[in-house]
Design a protein around this ligand. Structure first.
Ligand code: IVH
Length: 690
């Protein structure tokens, strides 16, 4: 005999109804908070409280399985694996869209629409983004999520209900008083770029295969037979269409449909618009094209739909695509081509980058013939061989990269890449530091012309010294003809040396010289950046400039002082110290400044000011209040260094009573002499400003 409620049918009726209503309340409560958390990004209760509600519901469901509600949020975590997906016949077929690429395609589409509607005026269109994911149909019966199916061939898809249930933003119950008897919501399942990056990092760490792009990752995740895996994959859903509808009136337009969805808690992307006339369609396309890389998810175009459903109905379909809609696609960003060879390039820091030479292919609006392979390990990991057919991606202004080899297309004679042991430019040995993925030419810029060229190109580049006209081709010639070795040599160029170069008219030589002259007036931050110190990018250079204010302070900075800069960690600090400990680099800085490179005094950040930064002080005699140690501490705390003897490098001598020879030496060398009071005031003033 059972004395606790193991099974609802054994329990007294009133107890059962109490438990049922508790479970219903928990479901409603959890679903409400999950919506606030996942959809609105605005959680109202702490995670711990949410977790407690969730555990309580799980425990009740375990004890009373027959009371589990069909919209229980506990289904979100995934269930038992399926042997295979079952087939689902779509109540209303899921059709595809015609594509347009050129403006002319869209103008022609609009003309067909106006003709079809016998329209005398411009037509109103609703514009959605064309999401790069997978089309899906969500079925809600009496407001409860009951089934999800992939598009499949448009007529029959696969049942992915349990997987879609794990997508947090898909409501398991619609937020409607009187839900329709049947509602088929159409939309796209996708993975956000950030989630994709995280997933691939996890895959990498686990030694598992990485996904080529967010679309593949979304598809792979949705088609998991084990929904527990899907539950860990951060998928999203955006609704854009409707299939079957029973027991409710159809909204009047695409815009109204999305508004209705939004109100019932179904996620709708807010990058949409309603416009009139074809010109406005093309305007929207360009705006989105600009914004594209900033969006958190990938899109491959926009979709124009005649807004009013009555007009959509009049226009109807041709074969399997609607006449009332068209996808205006962006130029392809990924394409297939073959690897003709793999060469290595030497960067300004000696980094050896393998580059694939490709059969020319049109991708993302340009013809690509080279793509980076990053490094040797990457080639091995992706198993890319010479002769392979590969997919190449070009996103925005990013360097094209080889994403993957198509193994099915590998020819029998495909060759593996072997990393050279010598620099192809200067023949110095190529070395690989233990903690780095990157191999480097060990020649340095003195031996290796490739590094010299890279360094000069960086020095002259727009964000560095911004020397117009000094680009790759000119630098190649200047270095190859031994006219220029270091950046300082650029400032020694004259008409005579320039006019010896190929294809150099006097006028352009003059322009280059005046650009070089103009570049002398720069900023401290640009100058630091231009030096091309490893790990010192534009923003670190700015921070360093603000913190140190002058070049001597930077050259002499201790590790501790460097680490005090917000952007600087041990790696950057070490790199800076290594750079300035090389006398050739310090000499370069001196030469550049001697040839007239200058910058206005830096406005130091209030929080960065160390009044004695870069200064060397010598203490002599006994100070009225401070002990030797206290004075030294004060100086060091304010960025200065304390030295034992006076030399030309001494910035100040702090003299007390009975000062001896050091004071005399200071007077001799014309070095400023401070009293204890002066010293305290110097530190004080700046500290007060903080
Ligand atoms: S509407 C009858 N709207 O594009 C029209 N489709 O080629 C049905 N897609 O398989 C589609 N974003 O995966 C529509 N905002 C959007 C879309 C969209 C992406 C995909 C969908 C479909 C394919 C049609």
């Amino acid at each position: 005999m059972q004395n606790d409620f193991f099974n609802a049918s054994d329990a007294p009726a009133d107890a059962v109804s109490e438990i049922r209503s508790r479970m219903e309340r928990l479901c409603a409560e959890i679903n409400k908070h999950a919506h606030a958390y996942y959809v609105l990004d605005n959680p109202v209760i702490p995670d711990a409280v949410y977790d407690r509600l969730f555990s309580e519901l799980q425990a009740l469901e375990l004890a009373y399985p027959e009371l589990i509600a069909p919209d229980s949020p506990t289904f979100r975590v995934g269930g038992t694996a399926l042997p295979e997906f079952s087939q689902v016949k779509h109540a209303v077929p899921m059709l595809s869209l015609n594509n347009g690429f050129e403006d002319a395609d869209i103008v022609a589409f609009d003309r067909r629409v106006r003709d079809g509607l016998h329209a005398l005026m411009d037509v109103e269109y609703a514009i959605d983004l064309k999401f790069d994911g997978l089309a899906i149909n969500l079925r809600y019966v009496d407001g409860v999520f009951t089934q999800a199916a992939t598009r499949g061939d448009g007529f029959t898809g696969e049942d992915v209900t349990e997987n879609v249930r794990t997508i947090r933003t898909v409501p398991l119950r619609l937020n409607l008083e009187n839900p329709p008897a049947v509602l088929d919501v159409r939309g796209e399942v996708l993975m956000f770029k950030a989630d994709f990056d995280k997933l691939n990092a996890r895959q990498r760490a686990a030694g598992a295969k990485e996904f080529a792009n967010p679309r593949n990752a979304a598809a792979g995740s949705l088609r998991q037979l084990d929904s527990k895996i899907t539950a860990h994959r951060s998928l999203r859903f955006f609704a854009y269409g409707i299939g079957a509808l029973e027991g409710a009136a159809l909204p009047v337009s695409q815009r109204a449909l999305l508004g209705w969805y939004d109100a019932m808690g179904i996620p709708v992307c807010d990058e949409n618009a309603v416009v009139t006339g074809v010109a406005a369609l093309l305007d929207f396309y360009r705006v989105i094209q600009e914004k594209r890389t900033l969006l958190p998810y990938e899109i491959d175009g926009v979709v124009y739909k005649v807004n009013a459903f009555v007009e959509q109905e009049i226009l109807g379909f041709v074969s399997r695509a609607p006449r009332f809609a068209i996808a205006h696609k962006f130029p392809a960003q990924e394409a297939l081509t073959t690897v003709l060879g793999i060469e290595v390039q030497v960067g300004r820091t000696g980094a050896i980058t393998p580059v694939a030479r490709l059969a020319p292919v049109f991708v993302g609006g340009v013809t690509v013939t080279n793509a980076t392979l990053h490094n040797e390990e990457e080639i091995q990991r992706k198993d890319i061989r010479i002769g392979d057919t590969v997919s190449v991606r070009r996103a925005g202004d990013v360097i094209p990269e080889v994403i993957a080899s198509i193994l099915e297309k590998r020819p029998g004679d495909a060759q593996q890449f072997i990393m050279p042991t010598q620099c192809p430019v200067c023949s110095s040995p190529i070395v690989k530091l233990e903690d780095e993925a990157i191999a480097r030419c060990s020649g340095g810029w003195i031996k290796c012309p490739a590094q010299r060229k890279g360094g000069l190109f960086h020095f002259a580049s727009r964000k560095a010294m911004n020397i117009d006209g000094v680009g790759e081709q000119l630098i190649d010639q200047l270095v190859d003809k031994h006219v220029v070795t270091t950046a300082a040599d650029l400032y020694k160029l004259g008409l005579a040396s320039l006019s010896e170069l190929d294809r150099m008219a006097e006028k352009s030589a003059g322009n280059i010289l005046s650009a070089i002259e103009t570049s002398k007036a720069t900023t401290f931050a640009r100058f630091i950046y231009a030096l091309g110190i490893r790990h010192v990018g534009e923003s670190t250079a700015k921070d360093l400039a603000a913190r140190f204010g002058n070049i001597d302070a930077l050259i002499n900075a201790t590790e501790e002082q460097l680490l005090a800069v917000s952007d600087v960690g041990p790696v950057v600090a070490r790199s800076l110290q290594r750079f300035f400990s090389d006398p050739l680099n310090v000499e370069l800085v001196r030469q550049l400044m001697a040839s007239g490179v200058h910058w206005p005094e830096v406005q130091q950040h209030a929080d960065a000011v160390l009044p004695l930064l870069g200064k060397t002080l010598v203490l002599t005699g006994s100070l009225p209040n401070l002990s030797r140690d206290q004075a030294s501490e004060l100086i060091e705390k304010n960025g200065g260094k304390v030295a034992g003897s006076v030399s030309k490098k001494t910035s100040y001598v702090v003299a007390g009573d009975d000062a001896g020879s050091k004071l005399l030496k200071a007077q001799e060398l014309n070095i400023a002499i401070l009293s204890e009071d002066d010293l305290i005031r110097m530190c004080q003033v700046k500290q007060d400003e903080e």
